[in-house]
Design a binder for this molecule. Structure first.
Ligand code: PGA
Length: 258
């Protein structure tokens, strides 16, 4: 049984005080049950205020959007895994396509970040996904396998078991055009097959695979109808309280039936 995971990736949005106000608005409106897990990943500067606003009893976990692989040192502008852990982070998003395309992140660096996260007991959410032209050229599976191999090669079974994969087709992120459920399901199947062949069938079965890219309150229901889709990584639609709460309610009603 894989618990549904709903992750709000706020990207570079909301100041610390805006973030706290948002959390105060939603925290008592979210349906809380073990059927769904929620994560909010605000900018680094709002982690502390989100943690304070969530309080200790919240069903929402704190996540970060990135980290640097060294624990400390002369790395101006970077943030380490122990720093995030100390702020109460439980999850960290790694290898997001915006980091890959805008900031030049490559698979080998993403692997170092994954290892640093795991060493400090942060749960990595590894983002992978093909571009529009790669899909058009029939290369989707090849790209997904290459990104998985690049980020995960050499990791132990135990480490891979702690990782959540987010399938985020680049052409769907922030465009308003989500993948269809069929497209997402076939990518998720390919990811599971790769995990089974490279690690084990048990890992493939127990690993959560999220879908991300233009998820909205309107399409979350259709996406979660497939039990191949274990949740969602959501950008734009998580920035408004009402839409976040609607998505949470849909996830909850599907989660309790799984
Ligand atoms: P979006 O972003 O929901 O705004 O498309 C998703 C993401 O980048 O994780």
């Amino acid at each position: 049984m894989r618990t549904i995971l709903i992750v709000g990736n706020w990207k570079m949005n909301k100041t610390a005080s805006e973030a706290a106000a948002f959390v105060h608005e939603i925290v008592h409106r979210l349906p809380a049950s073990p059927a769904v897990e929620y994560v909010i990943a605000p900018p680094f500067t709002a982690l502390e205020s989100v943690r304070a606003a969530l309080g200790s009893s919240s069903a929402i976990h704190l996540g970060a959007q990135n980290l640097y692989w060294e624990d400390r040192g002369a790395y101006t502008g970077e943030i380490s895994a122990p720093m995030l852990k100390d702020l109460g982070c439980r999850y960290v998003i790694l290898g997001h396509s915006e980091r890959r395309t805008l900031f030049g992140e490559q698979d080998d660096g993403i692997q170092k970040k994954l290892r640093a996260a795991l060493a400090h007991e942060l749960n990595p959410i590894l983002c992978i996904g093909e571009s529009f032209s790669q899909r058009k050229d029939g290369k989707t599976e090849e790209v997904l396998q290459k990104q998985l191999h690049g980020a995960l090669a050499g990791l132990s079974l135990h480490s891979v078991a702690a990782i959540t994969v987010a399938y985020e087709p680049v052409w769907a992120i922030g465009t308003g055009t989500a993948a269809t459920t069929d497209q997402a399901v076939s990518a998720h199947r390919a990811i599971r097959t790769f995990l089974a062949e490279t690690w084990s069938a048990t890992i493939a079965e127990s690993s959560r695979i999220l879908y991300g890219g233009s998820v909205t309150p309107q399409n979350i229901d259709t996406l979660l109808q497939s039990d191949q889709i274990d949740g969602a990584l959501i950008g734009g639609a998580c920035l408004q309280a009402d839409s976040f709460v609607t998505i949470a309610n849909v996830a909850q009603s599907i989660g309790v039936k799984r």
